[in-house]
Design a protein around this ligand. Sequence first.
Ligand code: N01
Length: 548
Amino acid sequence: MADSNEQVLDAIVVGAGMAGLYMTKRLKDQGLNFRTFEAGSGVGGAWFWNRYPGCRADLPIIEYSYSFSRELEQEWDWSEVMAPQPEIERYLNHVADRFDLRRHIQFETKVTDAIYDENANRWTVKTDRGDTLTATYCILATGCLNEPNYPNFKNADTFQGDVYHTAKWPAEGVDFTGKRVAIVGCGSSGVQAIPEIAKQASQLIAFQRSPVYTFPANNRPMNPAFLAQAKKDYEEIRERQRGNEMGIANYSGPKKPADPNKPAKPKPSRKILELTPEQRKAEIQQFGINVLSGYVDTYFNPEANEIACQLYREWLQETLGNPQKADALSPKNYPLHCKRPVIDTNYYEAFKQDHVAIVDLRETSVEEVTPKGLRTTDAEYEFDVLVYATGFDAMTGTIMRMNIRGRDGQSLADKWRHGPRMYMGLQAVGFPNFFTVTGPGSPSVVSNVLHSIEQHVEWIDNCIAHLRANGIKTIEPEQAAEEAWIEHVNEAGKGSMMTAPSCNSWYLGSNVDGKPQGIMPYLGGTKTYREKCDEVVAEGFKGFALAS
Ligand code: N01
């Protein structure tokens, strides 16, 4: 029996980032009585919190944008090929207004608890603002990269200067002019932030544990003619995205008929092992360093991969013209494609400047934070501002911190204590009518994530519509299906550089002290995954138990 202060709803959505916004739209269109909770004061999720200088998309924005509305595709104009964070945030605000979503969203409210009542078949959800609501369906759209990861440095709170984390950047921005700045972490966020901070700071020291393989983004202003053509071709672009295992069409304009009078444009080889050492160098010269990330054999063949890594290091030595810095910035002990690809704008250029230094934490380690800076085993560094670009407790961090309890009071955090356990990244045994958008075990972050988000949101929305239309009270995975899927996810990861013994990454949980290790996203590809999801439905929700 609901108490009189409780609000009784059909569904609750947690998060109003890219996933939560689209989920909100779909539930609104379905006519459900629901509410979306968002911790931030605005929409956008990752694009709301990660406002650090240099933050931008790492995929062409015409592909990293919603596909669900032809009108939206036509009316929004992008200014750059890889749009910057403020523009993406504006776009998501436009989406919220355009589809009248705000009135369903309660901002500045964190969901703390979601408890399943088996007798009533309802989820009781509580927030940090004192709300208590019950709903039939509980949908987490909390994002894969949400919970900031902080290093476990001794005396971390003694530093007397300003401290920031790239994943929780102040809305008003930070003025680094004339400041001595230290940044810890050189992953995607650090690589984007360093060149921008270096423009203002009087001194910038990057404390780096793992150097990255990073490739030029080749970002540029959007050509209006290209954008106009892309708008015409959107249907084909989306079709090609659906047919690609990463959700990427690689659209470069309409295919022109070959001109018999012009020689065909040269293309790089597909496999590095098919080239002689001279040909490999010649391809780097001709096509740029990005060519290394395109050789298909580097993804699965360790020998091919090591050749590419060696060529990368040689290229870096030549590019930087500073042997010490190049050595410190050279990735050495792990393969290319182990971590998420990093792309950059002027990353190495930044280190060519005298006021930008690198501290190689493979050679020295951090002993403690001091009131004035940081002490390593080699030296003490003083600075005014400390920036953590140390990433996220990815995929599970936010979910594990919520009090989620399913049948018999079982806690999800306890179920996942040795690693996340889900069927298809959509649902977990023991948690009926509880869904995650791009949960662990789905392709999510190893694809064009917005493409994966849309596929998941549509699957969940259609599933709820089916349950309601057919008087089905609950949906929950079968134990055998969940176990088989986990095995399949592990199998799909085998042989990939992402699971190589020398690889540490947030995909594996190895960036966070004490976190269980194992491949969290599904590496089988988004096209394959979509087909499997469709097959599940076509076969009467195979692997799920439906109860009337
Ligand atoms: O985080 P990361 P991120 N002491 O985990 C280091 C997406 N994204 O925020 O590699 C010292 O990649 C850590 O070292 P190591 C994208 O999917 C997208 O940069 O763990 N260093 C690493 O160098 C990306 O993959 C964009 O050894 C420590 C860095 O901090 C994901 O977000 C932009 C440390 C963290 O790198 C995460 O990227 C930005 C410690 N104790 C992010 N702990 C786009 O372009 C960690 N580090 C769209």
